[in-house]
Design a protein around this ligand. Structure first.
Ligand code: NAD
Length: 279
């Protein structure tokens, strides 16, 4: 989907997150990669989590370091409790603390209901929902231990859950994925309510159609792009930076009063575009 608007311009204030430590899961690809780089450009030190693809993860860390901040690539499967605990403790030991979690890691295992195996159902729930729960739980222990450091941020910690427009739009053939994101919606709201008195802000981003490897089939042919564009009032597919910039904003004190919100970054996909000419 070509767009006269082109790719997003780089407009990140370089000191916005100065002195903060960010953990981004699934950060060697797509949205996670762009978000990790953007947080680094905004002045944060960044841990680039990955489960496969060590070389890509190291390249992301290298790119982040070129902006004058610290970065390191840590391997961990977010659905494995022990590995998440080890990763978080290592970050606290090596970086001093953690201020920002972007719980981004996710995957799809698509099938019609009658062909979907229990393994496919479980893998998606384990990574997309349980993985976010485990990472949120571990960083929150550190947020509570440290409390607010006013020179660093008005909040004791910020958690950003990567959801999807499919937290509200049902999606035939993807029941495991849609259920996982619906779960993220309620997990995020519940954690936001539970942790707000502790000055921990929990929010979510719900991307629409973003050009990444997870949905290549939806944008890599002209027919697929035309089909997709019918669903997007803004008439362009999203770029990973569209999500990354939203994450930088939500993580920053500019958004300090935003608690328990889902920010839809979707070019209007959730505006019922089918009703633009009818109804
Ligand atoms: P992607 O496939 O490029 O990235 C997903 C990342 O998650 C990869 O780095 C992958 O290795 C990692 N990952 C998978 N399982 C993991 C595990 N067990 N432990 C640690 N990391 C793991 O796809 P993306 O589009 O960048 O997706 C990022 C997030 O955005 C996902 O949560 C996805 O559901 C969400 N999202 C994407 C879109 C889109 O259009 N691309 C739309 C809505 C939501």
């Amino acid at each position: 989907m070509s767009s006269p608007q082109g790719r997003p311009r780089d407009v990140i204030p370089p000191q916005l997150l100065k002195g903060q430590k960010a953990l981004v899961t699934g950060a060697n690809s797509g949205i996670g990669r762009a978000t990790a780089v953007a947080l680094g450009k905004a002045g944060a030190d960044v841990v680039v989590n990955y489960v496969t693809g060590a070389e890509e993860a190291e390249a992301v860390a290298e790119e982040i370091r070129s902006h004058g901040v610290r970065a390191a690539a840590y391997e961990a499967d977010v659905s494995d409790e022990g590995q998440v605990v080890t990763m978080t403790n290592r970050m606290i030991e090596e970086f001093g603390t953690v201020d920002i979690l972007v719980a981004n890691a996710g995957l799809q295992r698509d099938a019609p209901l009658t062909e979907m195996t229990l393994a496919q159902w479980r893998e998606v729930i384990d990574v997309n929902l349980t993985g976010q729960f485990l990472c949120a739980r571990e960083v929150t222990k550190e947020f509570l231990r440290r409390g607010v450091v006013p020179e660093v941020s008005r909040a004791a910690g910020k958690i950003i859950c990567m959801s999807s427009v499919h937290q509200i739009i049902p999606w035939a053939g993807h029941v495991n994925y849609a259920a996982s994101k619906g779960g993220v919606q309620m997990m995020m709201g519940t954690l936001a309510q539970e942790l707000a008195p502790k000055k921990i802000r929990v929010n979510a981003i719900a991307p629409g159609a973003i050009r990444t490897p997870i949905n290549r089939d939806a944008w890599n042919t002209p027919e697929a792009r035309a089909e997709l564009q019918r669903l997007i009032p803004y008439e362009r597919i999203g770029e990973p930076e569209d999500i990354a910039y939203a994450a930088v904003g939500l993580a920053s004190d500019l958004f300090d009063y935003v608690v328990g919100a889902t920010l839809f970054v979707d070019g209007g996909m959730t505006l019922f575009p089918g009703f633009a000419t009818g109804g």
